[in-house]
Design a protein around this ligand. Structure first.
Ligand code: A2P
Length: 334
């Protein structure tokens, strides 16, 4: 793709769609034309972007004529139904949903890790990985390069914005109701999220893991091209607005030490910062990474239980690097 592309955003009114516009602007992404698509509910709404006014159009199968790159973030059902139409019309689809991630003919790309995978896309679709998986792998990739990743034992602390705008509304309404002595309303989460944590993200599968927990295993294997990678994970929703955190033990093939691990986080790795001086109270927290591009790694320790392993803590903005930014970076490598 040489000339500036005609871009479309499907789900332009959603949390990730809006963040995609912000990333395009911040990165100075050059495009020849921009088409913003959403449901019939939003058709006709005006969106100001870079001094121009854009009108939201209703998504249809005919929306993709002359579109070069279509960024999809309107949920898996919409992707399954409309991404093939976009690809058939000649657009490259970058899909933020889970619809195509494990399709062998669809590359699953984190640009800092496996950018070359984006070249081989027989279906004209490239998948954006799960947000928690992106953040975890961004933190682990420099260690994997140096020491060879073997297994991950993780617990996640996932922000309510991972459930869209409704997740934030539910947390805020419940917190307000409780502080006024009122009753909590539950619409989004299976349990009260205010003043609580819920070990349940996405639906449960037959083996007791949730779909979200299995994404770290299956998508991790695909992105790193490590079919034998072992992952066990517990995904937990926490009353945080934005940025996911992951506490994990990572086991390696080659001998590893805390000093050697800290030394691998150099400028050679874009998008990840070491923030690790606990004696001085320096470690990453979600409020620090909110609206930031980079994921942050801290609390690196020799794991006390697992052989040749490190315990560490990784935090990243899941709406940005976990979704919108990663998709825009894929568009850049096209
Ligand atoms: P709309 O605002 O018109 O409903 P979020 O994840 O933040 O809830 O955003 C979901 C995005 O997906 C929104 O932009 C939403 O548009 C869009 N969307 C939902 N359903 C459809 C649909 N049937 N056709 C096109 N876009 C849709």
């Amino acid at each position: 793709m040489s000339a500036a592309p005609h871009l479309a955003i499907v789900g332009a009114t959603g949390a990730v769609g809006v963040e995609m516009l912000e990333c395009l602007d911040q990165r100075g992404f050059s495009f020849s034309n921009l088409t913003l698509l959403a449901s019939a509910r939003s058709a006709g709404k005006k969106v100001a972007f870079q001094g121009e006014e854009y009108t939201i159009k209703e998504l249809t199968h005919e929306s993709f004529k002359n579109i070069d790159i279509a960024l999809f973030s309107a949920g898996g059902g919409i992707s399954l139904e409309y991404a093939p139409s976009a690809a058939a019309a000649g657009a490259v689809v970058i899909d933020n949903s889970s619809a195509f991630r494990m399709d062998a003919e669809v590359p699953l790309v984190v640009p800092e890790i496996n950018p070359e995978a984006a070249k081989n896309r027989p279906k004209g679709i490239i998948a954006n990985p799960n947000c928690t998986t992106i953040i975890t792998l961004m933190g682990l990739y420099p260690l994997h390069q140096a020491f060879g990743l073997k297994s991950i034992i993780a617990s996640t602390y996932q922000a309510v914005s991972g459930s869209g705008a409704q997740g934030i509304i539910e947390l805020d309404q419940q917190t307000k109701a409780l502080s006024n002595g009122g009753e909590v309303q539950q619409n989004v989460y299976p349990r009260q999220i205010a003043y609580n944590v819920i070990p349940h993200v996405d639906s449960f599968t037959e083996n007791g893991y949730t779909k979200e927990e299995l994404k770290m295993l299956n998508e991790g294997r695909k992105i790193l091209d490590l079919p034998d990678l072992n992952v066990t994970c517990t995904c937990v929703r926490v009353p945080v607005h934005r940025s996911h955190s992951v506490s994990l033990t990572a086991q390696f093939e080659k001998p590893v030490s805390v000093e050697a691990a800290r030394a691998v986080y150099t400028d050679a790795y874009q998008g990840v910062q070491l923030v690790d001086d606990p004696q001085q109270g320096i470690y990453p927290v979600p409020l620090d990474t909110t609206n930031q591009d980079d994921c942050r790694v801290g609390r690196i320790r020799q794991d006390a239980v697992v052989d040749n392993a490190l315990a560490l803590w990784i935090v990243g903005d899941q709406v940005r690097k976990g979704a919108a930014l990663n998709a825009v970076q894929i568009a850049e490598i096209l």
